[in-house]
Design a protein around this ligand. Structure first.
Ligand SMILES: Nc1ncnc2c1ncn2[C@@H]1O[C@H](COP(=O)(O)OP(=O)(O)O)[C@@H](O)[C@H]1O
Ligand SMILES: [Mg+2]
Length: 266
């Protein structure tokens, strides 16, 4: 980017030149920039994801005949930056709450701070269970609205969902890949729910009935194709909850099991 444009950016955001240089030179991929005018996040280009995980997941998706479990290719580098800008624009136009892009070049993207990590709120010992339930219900409402507008997320894990406490709203982040590159819209929307449930289930291990009710509510007026996709996925995955010697698989297994059980009997 030309230095004049960069100077304009510094003037409009309050980012100091040294602060910018430091963020650019650091080996962390995403940097938080606090300024008197607010907080911004600098996202730099990253290499593509490892091939092995990609093939393993695609193999699993193939033997299970579940296209919604396909690995979504992560282009990495300049392509990922361009993809994220594109998807943020598309989602914004559809009315979804996503961060505002302040500026970008081929290799980086500067976005406005959009809220606090919901995972941290859910994890906190100060949070009581009904607050967790309330937050989760709000996330589902926000996601349902996105789906209603024929949109979908990229990686609907709870770590990519924020709470904007000032404006009291749910915001979604992280759009470096496009699931529609390898699956249908119905698959991508079903996948959103699957990723959300599986990344959140650990907070509701003793609250199975609640999770189940939420999913039923979420799907009650959803596209029949999305409901069918999830029903089939749930049926084909239930064996995971019945394997022997479950204690051997530890805590991660428990979380996965809670998520899959919550989808049972759709
Ligand atoms: N606009 C934003 N507002 C607030 N926090 C953000 C924002 N963008 C990123 N973050 C923080 O940085 C983390 C990583 O950003 P993300 O876009 O998810 O990149 P990655 O591809 O590394 O997962 C997020 O989990 C969140 O904590
Ligand atoms: Mg992320």
């Amino acid at each position: 980017m030309e230095s004049q444009t960069l100077n304009d950016l510094f003037a409009s955001t309050g980012i100091a030149r040294e602060q910018w240089q430091q963020a650019m030179n650091s080996n962390t991929r995403i940097a938080q920039l606090d300024t008197p005018q607010g907080t911004f996040w600098l996202k730099k280009s990253a290499p593509p994801r490892g091939e092995f995980r990609y093939h393993a997941l695609n193999f699993f998706s193939w033997i299970m005949r579940l296209s919604l479990l396909k690995a979504v290719p992560q282009p990495g580098g300049k392509a990922a930056i361009a993809m994220e800008i594109n998807r943020i624009e598309q989602l914004t136009q559809s009315g979804a709450l996503v961060p505002e892009v302040i500026s970008s070049s081929d290799d980086w993207l500067l976005i406005r701070h959009a809220g606090d990590s919901i995972v941290n709120i859910l994890k906190s010992a100060d949070t009581i269970q009904c607050q967790r339930q309330y937050l989760f219900k709000r996330i589902l409402v926000a996601l349902r609205r996105i789906h209603h507008n024929q949109q979908y997320l990229s990686q609907a894990f709870i770590r990519n969902i924020l709470l904007d406490q000032q404006q009291d709203r749910i915001v979604f982040i992280d759009f470096e890949d496009d699931p529609l590159a390898v699956m249908s819209l119905a698959d991508a929307q079903a996948r959103d729910l699957l990723l959300l449930i599986n990344s959140t289930a650990r907070f509701f291990i003793n609250d199975q009935a609640f999770l189940h009710r939420c999913i039923q509510g979420f799907l009650s007026d959803h596209d029949p194709q999305v409901i069918e996709t999830l029903r089939i996925a749930s049926q084909r995955l239930q064996w995971v909850t019945r394997i022997p010697f479950q204690r051997l698989f530890g805590h991660d297994y428990q979380k996965l099991k809670t998520g899959i059980l919550a989808l049972n009997g759709l």
